[in-house]
Design a protein around this ligand. Structure first.
Ligand SMILES: Nc1nc2c(ncn2[C@@H]2O[C@H](COP(=O)(O)OP(=O)(O)OP(=O)(O)O)[C@@H](O)[C@H]2O)c(=O)[nH]1
Ligand SMILES: [Mg+2]
Length: 459
């Protein structure tokens, strides 16, 4: 195809969101690998036989760190290790031509963030008072939260309290929430600080002593009850100013950037939710709902689909209005699930989040079961038989990480037909494995359905 005919560039901005450890960075690494070393048989996109050519990596936008694709892929291919956990937001920009697009090439911007940060999403558009009411509402009305937060809630009931005592008991509450697999930890710097230091496994008291609920030791804050806000205006003033600074420094740069995406990939790690227990499920659902509120995907009524279509056709890509019109819900790590149960994984994800998307006008959404790097194989099992898989285990029986060894057989849990009404952490177990990467270095990993996700979000 003659290049002169490609007189415009179609820009797609795709943000990947989901809780920590959901598989965002692995998904992006595998996706980039498949676009860069494209093989239409293994990664079909667009019309049958479509090829990708002239793939070029571009500089990220000003103010963005580059997504460390080479480092992540190197760790998978040369060291047989999963990429390290993400510490800061990053962007990957590439440009390529597709043989099925005659008049346009594609500029693709991909966004990654540390999953911890999405617990702060509700802070966007909330002032300190509104955030306090919201958090306390959650802490008081939910039994699981209440039990984790007893000392903090006791302190809140006193007519006057010291800042030190308030912050110490809130930190203890956050530490208890972590230990009870509750991912709604806000301010999220308690879990992952701005230097990229994650909270290490420790007792609740140790965590509360080592971590900060805020940007640093001096800038900590916690929710305040209405009575305390009334009785201690000095404290309200101090916390409000720290909260505002936190929102400006942490939340706006990470979360607000996702508002300008054209499509979102939202990972719902069904394996983690089942393994973590009902509290993990509730929190993840709450976080997804908050994300929907602040990112407001769907057509903006003032423009409408027609105006958007016209602007796409007529305006240069920098001037086109951007908003999220497509949402790919993905249940990752399909390879940890036995083939007998794979349809159930998709169904569980749907049951959890479909309502949120269905309520949005003008939002196109779909559900995908995916494996970004297929790392197991399954042995055949009768419908109710044990689900036996083969892979290189990442942990020993006590949950400690072990170096990669030989392939082993292991049993993985059967998925339920629907979410149970109540289940404890540990009832479902999906053993983690080391990544399986092809020995040939330029050969992208085996995947399931990543091509379908790419087709859906790159329009
Ligand atoms: N078996 C299997 N495991 C996966 C796959 N994708 C991710 N994982 C597992 O999930 C872990 C986390 O994946 P990441 O991509 O780092 O997760 P993330 O969402 O980027 O997490 P944060 O950076 O903490 O927000 C990996 O270390 C793997 O153990 C997959 O396709 N198959
Ligand atoms: Mg990551």
């Amino acid at each position: 195809m003659n290049n002169i005919l490609r007189w415009k560039t179609t820009e797609a901005r795709v943000g990947v969101v989901g809780l920590y450890n959901a598989g965002k960075t692995v998904l992006l690494t595998s996706l980039i690998n498949h676009l860069q070393d494209h093989d239409p048989d293994r990664f079909p996109i667009g019309k049958p036989g479509t090829t990708i050519r002239r793939f070029r990596v571009r500089e990220p936008d000003a103010g963005w760190a580059a997504f460390n694709y080479n480092g992540y892929r190197d760790s998978l291919v040369n060291y047989g290790r999963w990429p390290e956990k993400t510490k800061d937001r990053s962007q990957f920009v590439c440009q390529f031509e597709r043989s099925d697009w005659k008049f346009s090439d594609c500029l693709l911007k991909l966004y990654d963030l540390p999953g911890e940060r999405i617990a702060d999403a509700a802070m966007l558009g909330c002032d300190f008072t509104a955030w306090s009411d919201r958090m306390l509402n959650l802490l008081v009305n939910d039994t699981a939260y209440r039990t984790c937060c007893v000392p903090f809630l006791d302190v809140l009931r006193q007519p006057k309290v010291s800042e030190v005592e308030l912050l110490a008991t809130y930190r203890l509450a956050l530490a208890n929430l972590i230990l009870n697999y509750k991912p709604l930890i806000s301010p999220s710097t308690f879990l992952l600080d701005l230097k990229g230091q994650p909270a290490r496994p420790a007792s609740a008291e140790e965590l509360a002593a080592l971590r900060y609920c805020g940007l640093d030791e001096e800038q900590q804050f916690c929710p305040l009850s209405e009575t305390l806000r009334h009785n201690q205006p000095g404290l309200v003033q101090a916390f409000t100013s720290r909260y505002n600074h936190y929102v400006k420094t942490v939340v706006v740069p990470t979360i607000a950037a996702f508002r300008s995406c054209t499509a979102l990939v939202l990972l719902v790690d069904v394996t983690m939710l089942l393994a973590g227990g009902v509290g993990m499920y509730d929190d993840n659902r709450q976080i997804v709902r908050d994300l929907f509120d602040v990112l407001s995907p769907g057509e903006h009524t003032v423009f409408g689909p027609l105006a958007r279509g016209l602007s796409k056709l007529l305006l240069p890509h920098q001037l086109r209005p951007g908003w999220i019109t497509r949402m790919a819900f993905c249940a990752p790590k399909l390879d940890l699930i036995h083939p007998n149960d794979r349809d159930r994984m998709n169904l569980l994800m749907r049951r959890m989040v479909e309502r949120l998307a269905a309520d949005r006008d003008g939002l196109k959404y779909d559900f995908f079961n995916i494996a970004s790097v297929v790392s197991t194989r399954a042995l055949p099992a009768p419908p109710n038989g044990p689900r036996v898989m083969v892979g290189v285990p990442l942990r020993d029986a006590s949950g400690r990480k072990i170096p990669p060894g030989a392939e082993q057989r292991f049993t993985t849990s059967e998925l339920p037909d629907d979410w149970p009404l109540e289940w404890p952490s540990g009832r479902y177990i999906f053993p983690e494995v080391y990544p399986r990467m092809p020995a040939r270095k330029d050969y992208p990993p085996d995947h399931v359905n990543l091509d379908r996700v790419a087709n859906f979000v790159i329009e």
